[in-house]
Write a protein that binds this ligand. Structure first.
Ligand code: F6R
Length: 254
């Protein structure tokens, strides 16, 4: 696990943008695993700027997103399909037919999860999986629980996650109670993982994920077992790691 320190959100986003851009350049027909939420928005802006400058070509890139709210259509402005179109896909030359997000309105959500696992498999797996992290250590919508779920599955969102995501909805009652998410197995199968974290609210989850026991109670802690994980975190998110490990440098390699 390599941890790179960033000064702040903008610095984190620039570093992440550079890393994802390098991936797209080195494997122009590669498969990107993408995330939603506040954290990656700045990195997506960086990618759009590089595309507009003529430095990036997404025409052969394929993508799979981590998750989608159950019950929201792709047109709903809080759906993750809408988020991806709005924050990235509409602004670069990616072929939208080659972008995948779990279907939030699937009549048979279990069958949709199976289909999504097959999509990932048929794409040949994920080259680079981008992740944010929840305040409770969740990745995708793999919430703290007793087991690591392997494949794509339907989850019940925790109250904490619904509260935290309520900022995007007009009231908490509108936040869906369930989601479809890639499982820990799907994420761990990615050839490279890039986790971004910004803000003090992530400090505890980040510390526990990197230095605590590997447990499904802190889902991101499983990343300690992955052989190629890069974390880019700003100083606020790193605050507890700095305090507990006395690490002062800008790169941590363990
Ligand atoms: C989003 C996702 C979530 C978020 C996490 C952090 O696709 O899977 O795990 O990455 O909830 O959200 P933000 O970035 O809004 O703090």
């Amino acid at each position: 696990m390599k941890i790179y320190a960033a000064k702040d959100y903008n610095d984190m986003s620039r570093k992440a943008g550079n890393l994802i851009a390098a991936q797209v350049t080195m494997k122009p027909d590669g498969v990107l695993g993408l995330a939603t939420g506040s954290t990656p928005v700045g990195a997506y802006k960086e990618l759009i700027a590089k595309y507009e400058a003529g430095d990036l070509d997404f025409s052969r890139i394929r993508s799979v997103n981590l998750d989608e709210y159950k019950g929201l259509s792709g047109d709903h402005d809080q759906s993750y399909r809408y988020f991806m179109n709005h924050n990235l896909f509409d602004h670069v030359n990616i072929n939208k037919e080659e972008t995948n997000v779990p279907g939030g309105l699937a009549e048979d959500p279990e069958a949709e999860c199976e289909r999504y696992n097959r999509v990932i498999q048929e794409l040949g797996g994920i080259d680079l999986q981008l992740l944010g992290i929840g305040n409770n250590g969740h990745i995708g919508f793999n919430e703290p629980c007793d087991v690591f779920e392997k494949g794509t599955h339907v989850v019940t969102l925790t109250e904490e996650t619904r509260q935290s995501n309520a900022r995007f909805f007009s009231s908490i009652d509108e936040v869906p109670t369930h989601a479809l998410t890639m499982g820990i197995g799907n994420i761990m199968s990615a050839r490279k993982v890039l986790l971004l974290a910004s803000g003090e609210g992530k400090a505890k989850a980040l510390y526990e994920s990197c230095f605590g026991p590997i447990t499904p109670n802190v889902p991101a802690s499983v990343l300690q077992l992955h052989s190629d994980v890069v974390i880019i975190a700003d100083e606020a998110a790193l605050s507890l790691i700095r305090e507990k490990t006395q690490w002062e440098d800008s790169v941590y390699d363990n």
